[in-house]
Design a protein around this ligand. Sequence first.
Ligand code: TRP
Length: 380
Amino acid sequence: MGKIILTGDRPTGRLHIGHYVGSLRRRVELQNSGEYDKIFIMIADAQALTDNADNPEKVRQNIIEVALDYLSAGLDPSKSTLFIQSQVSELTELTFFYMNLVTVQRLQRNPTVKQEILMRGFSDNGEDNKAGTPVGFFCYPISQAADITAFKATTVPVGEDQAPMLEQTREIVHKFNTVYGPTLVMPDILLPDNAACMRLPGTDGKAKMSKSLGNCIYLSDSAEEVKAKVRSMYTDPGHLQVSDPGKVEGNTVFTYLDAFCKPEHFDKFASCFVGRKSSFEFHNLDEVKDQYRRGGLGDVMIKNFLNEVLNDTLEPIRQRRKELEQNIPYVYEVLRKGSEVARAAAAETLADVKRSMRINYFDPGVLDALIEEQKAKYTL
Ligand code: TRP
C-alpha cells in the first residue's frame, strides 16, 4: 500500500513563518521527494467555523489567503491536491459515525481542546459566566479523524500542538477496526525534525506566534515590514552593552536563525558582521552563538543577519504571491478541481465504512440478500 499525506490549516488568517517552518516547508519537500503516492492539503474552513460561527465572512475571506500562501510557498497542484473541507460532505458523514466511538470524557481530556477552550474563553466553570463551548468545537478532534482517515492518510505532517489530535485519531481507527473489522488506515504523525521549528515563538518571545498577540511575521509581509519586525524582536534582556556576554537560549533571534539558517548564508551575508567598531567572520551558526555568548557581538548585527536570512527565504515566496494575486481565477480553479478529486477519494472511504458497518442497505447485491434475510424471519 502506498504512502499518502493529509494535512491542512484553518483559514482564519494569512499564514506566518511559524506555519512555514512547522509544516508548510516540510510539505513542499515531501511533495517534491516523489516518495508519496498522493498528497492532500486541506483548507479546513468547516473546522474554522467551529469557533467562528458568528463570523463566517472571516473564514470565507481567508480561504484565498491560505491558498495563495500555499501556492507561493511551493505547493504544486500537479503534485498535491489542494481542497476546501466544506466541499467534501462525506467528511461530515464520517464524523457522525465516529462520534459514537468517542466519549465526552475522552474529549475533555484532550490537552489541545482543553487549552483552546481556556484560550477562547469558552470555559463554563460557572464563576465568570463564560459563553460555553460550542458542541461542534468540542467535537473537532473527531472531525479531524474523519479528515485523516477519509483520504487513507499514512502520514500527517503537523506541528507539535496537533499531536493530541493524531492520538485521538489513532484511537478512533483502532476502535473502528476492532468493532467493525479492518477498514481504516492507521496514520502516523510527522513532526518537524528541529526543536526550533516545533513551535516557533512570536517576535516578542512569547511561546506562540499568533495573530491576536500581534507577534507574527507573515509569509506575505513586505521586506520593509519584516525588517521593522526583526528590529523590534525580543533578544536577551540582560544583554545591555555589546560587550556583555549574551544568552542564546530563549533568545528569539537565535531561535529563528536555528529554524531558517542555511550553510550558504554565512558566506552570502558575511557583510552583516562587518562593523565600524568590530568585525567577525563566521562559518556556521555555532560560531555566531559562541561569539554572542562571549560578548562583543551586538544585537544589531545578529538582527541584520536574521533579516537577510529571512528575506532570502521570503523573497521568492513574495514574488510568486504577487503573480498569483493577479490570477485569482486560477487559484479558485485549483481549489475547485482539488475539491472534486478529494470528494471522490473520500466517497470511497465512506463506502468502505458503510460496508463495514453494514449500513449499505441499497448497494447492488446487498438489498436482495437483505430482503431474503428479512423475509425468512416472517416465513409462516
Ligand atoms: N487543526 C488543524 C489546524 O489547526 C487543521 C486541520 C484540520 C488538520 N483537519 C486536519 C491538520 C487534519 C491535519 C490533519 O491548523
